[in-house]
Write a protein that binds this ligand. Sequence first.
Ligand code: ADP
Length: 491
Amino acid sequence: MITKKKIARINPATLKKMGEIPVLSGNDVNRAVKRARTGLEEWSSVSLKDRARILNKFKKLIAKNRNEIIQIITDETGKTRTEATIEILDIVIHLKHLIKKGPRILSREKRSSGIFLWKKAYVTYQPHGVVGAITPWNYPLILSMEPVIQALMAGNAVVLKPSEFASGTALYLKKISLEAGIPDNAFIVITGDASTGNALVEGDTDMISFIGSTKIGQIIGEKCGRMIKPCLLELGGNDAMIIFSDAAFERAVNCAVTGVFHNSGQSCISIERILIEESIYEKFTASFKEKVNAMRAGNPDQDIDLGSISNEMQYKKFLHHISDAEKKGARITGGKIIKNASGYHVSPAIIENPKGSMIAVHEETFGPSVIIQKFKSEEEAVAIANNCEYGLGASVFTKDKKKASRVAGRLHAGNVAVNEALLFYLIGDLPLGGFKMSGNGKSHAKEGLLSYARQKSILEDRLGLKSELWWIPYSKTKVKLIDLLIKIWYG
Ligand code: ADP
């Protein structure tokens, strides 16, 4: 493929250039989609059992090549080795779940034919066709490969466009997929920027799976809406963690540190707001600050807790949110550029005394920062947590089980953790997806897999009668019989 434009690959922890990726044009994208159509023919006729067998081989190869994958992930994101290793753990968890449960979930499902006992009703699951997957940079392995493995299990062909900031991992995974036996045309990786992604949306794809910002999700959703093209959107979040005074204190503080600063806060499900019950506010804040200050920042090849921010755009956005909050009267600990650091490194930021006008309060900062504030009552905590346009995740800490379940039920979020944070992402059997501006539909589990399948209802006659009660020609006797049926069965 001939392309002119190229984007440099930069290691954000060192700012060293690692080569370039081509930006594929609209014509290149159309050619890739056409190729995927031939892949679709081949792959969709592979039996469910064989798809699972091939995906199992893919899982084993990911596990076998994990050190190479971890190296690529850390090079292109600046995240810690632990965080990159958790990406491997995540993808093998979801692959294992798909392999085990996928064939049954996608098999023909018998349904009741109701009062029409001489009919047979069932649902079959078929692939949408060619799925265009457009993914972000913050988790180059899991966010790129989760749409791919679910789409493939359901028999689709996939054209994946990973983020222009982190395409190396997906390109490496493509190589492994060939070794696993996934046909070359059934899984295609194309590189490029927004224009390449847009060509995939507007092109001859049958479904779009998008993971990224709400702003771009709205643009893509609108375009797909006009074409009535199925479109799965996993977007941003501004997740709250509610800590009641009766919470297990040490667990809550430690979990909050990870919930906020895992992946340098660059997770859609990161905790961005900690709400603390008034009576433990001072104690909690002091302990939280102490643990945050003890975090070791640096480069992935060192023993660290906090990697760099993953690209220049995000680095500038983070610094802008912090300076805006500072100007508008917030009390801020950290949030500074680390002097003499080799890349986009900042100290973790804690924002107190937030005000509604601050960008960090109503927008997702997507960096190593958190807003902390106090609440007086359960009512107030739920109101603050829900006062947000997003509804991705939330967590609640209390030893009172009834209160936990009550609050979990009232939170406007698709994923709620109780005395826990973030971990719902690694549970193969739990669907993941947001409410409100955080997206539509689900990924993971049965619900996620079925997002990648078209559901076809089939009704079969079993008796072969020459005529039925509701068929033409109509008669008064037929009306009477239908009327009797309504009275007896439903009256
Ligand atoms: P993030 O900054 O989290 O990566 P974005 O929403 O900016 O989030 O981008 C996510 C993905 O969407 C990237 O692969 C990017 O290239 C792609 N993208 C950006 N704009 C568009 C667009 N208008 N149409 C299709 N894809 C897009």
